[in-house]
Design a binder for this molecule. Structure first.
Ligand SMILES: Cc1ncc(COP(=O)(O)O)c(C=O)c1O
Length: 393
């Protein structure tokens, strides 16, 4: 077995697929020590720059004083505390304009939440319709599900699949913002189809929550969606700056998850201090500070896209593509793994960390730099990235 594994690892290495851990030696921020060296990062999902916000850090400290360190058990046994209940109520109020009577259930991570939702709703006899670009956690949830599974690449393909399906229950599953591409799913069209075919629509808002919509309330708010068929998953370790996740849905769906979702039932509940701190995080997201941070993100995004478009035009980067993206995720598609790795290495040599994303995370031949922006970046940071990319091209 060891020899077999070593050979497979060697093969992966030869294909430019080896990943390695880098050690952050200072708190999450655009400028961070990484492996002992100062780096300017364009790779974190801390979109609003809240991960090291003094008010959230203070709330964590207060949470630890009031609630201790650990939850001590799974939520259904002894690990469900008052802060978690308050957090769920608060998020239910965010969901209510979009999902009438919404109830919320919290999870330790978005990965677990997606595993829970898709496996618990993907019952035997049901059919899951999964968008091709879905996050790995949704794909893994589908693998655990007993339902029939189909992958769709467009609204038209989904429509045809739904029309042909004889399944008793139908569940459509999609990222709201595609994590490696940055563009938004056509959620209004997906919801129209869900309504027509009496399907549930599971929306993974990992990258929209906190960033999109009125007061950062996410993708359902961005599109003004309203339906009891919506199942809204959001993560709390990205724009919210802490950790965890939630699912908001019709109370019957939430009760079903509570009773049957194994990734919810058979795991230790998150420490209560996290929920305590997340209440502060939600205040910041929907308050004036959140607005300011979202405005700053938009300025940075416009600056980056204008700069990249200028570089593409000036240098004729035919092989490189900058797909449309209205979010802080801005991929620069380079093509082959080696080319992406080389470009990332050239940037690294200039003190910039922009990861090369390769298969299986993205399709073969579409290796890319995944540039992400945070509200705590400065305009000069974006200039530095554009200059380094210009020199590397
Ligand atoms: C689209 C998407 N869904 C789910 C997750 C998982 O969330 P978490 O990091 O909280 O486990 C991520 C990121 O990691 C993601 O990008």
């Amino acid at each position: 077995m060891l020899e077999f594994l070593a050979e497979r690892l060697h093969e992966r290495d030869a294909q430019g697929l080896t990943r390695r851990l880098r050690v952050a030696g200072s708190p999450t921020a655009p400028r961070q020590r990484v492996d002992g060296e100062p780096r300017l990062l364009f790779c974190s999902n801390d979109y609003l720059g809240l991960a090291n916000h003094p008010q959230i850090v203070a709330a964590l400290q207060e949470g630890a004083r009031r609630w201790g360190a650990g939850s001590g058990g799974s939520a259904l046994i002894s690990g469900y505390g008052e802060p978690q209940r308050l957090l769920e109520e608060r998020l239910a109020a965010w969901a209510a304009p979009h999902i009438p009577g919404a109830r919320v259930l919290g999870f330790g991570t978005g990965y677990m939440a997606n595993l829970a939702v898709v496996s618990a709703l993907g019952l035997a006899g049901a059919a899951l319709f999964c968008e091709a670009l879905n996050h790995a956690s949704l794909i893994d949830g589908a693998r655990l599900a007993r339902a029939d599974k189909q992958v769709f690449r467009s609204v038209d393909e989904l429509r045809a699949q739904l029309e042909a399906s004889q399944a008793a229950h139908k569940v459509i599953v999609s990222d709201a913002v595609f994590s490696m591409d940055g563009h938004l799913a056509p959620l209004p069209e997906l919801l129209r189809l869900a309504e027509r075919h009496a399907a549930l629509l599971v929306v993974d808002d990992a990258h929209g929550f906190g960033v999109l919509g009125a007061q950062g309330h996410g993708s359902l708010s961005h599109f003004g969606l309203h339906s009891e068929r919506l199942v809204w998953m959001g993560t709390l370790g990205k724009a919210a700056g802490v950790a965890g996740a939630f699912v908001a849905a019709h109370p019957t769906v939430i009760e079903w998850l509570l009773q049957t979702a194994r990734p919810f039932i058979f795991t230790t509940a998150p420490p209560p201090l996290l929920a305590h701190a997340l209440l502060t995080s939600l205040d910041l997201i929907e308050g004036e500070e959140g607005e300011r941070r979202r405005d700053q993100l938009e300025l940075l995004r416009a600056q980056l896209r204008a700069g990249l478009a200028g570089l593409c035009a000036a240098r004729g980067w035919r092989a490189w593509r900058l797909p449309d993206s209205d979010t802080p995720i801005q991929p620069l598609i380079v093509g082959e793994n080696e080319a992406a790795l080389q470009l990332a290495a050239q940037l690294d040599a200039r003190g910039l960390r922009v990861p090369a994303i390769r298969p299986p995370t993205v399709p073969a031949g579409s290796a890319r730099l995944r540039i992400t922006l945070c509200a705590t970046h400065e305009a000069e940071d974006v200039d530095a990235l554009l200059e380094a990319l210009g020199d590397a091209a």
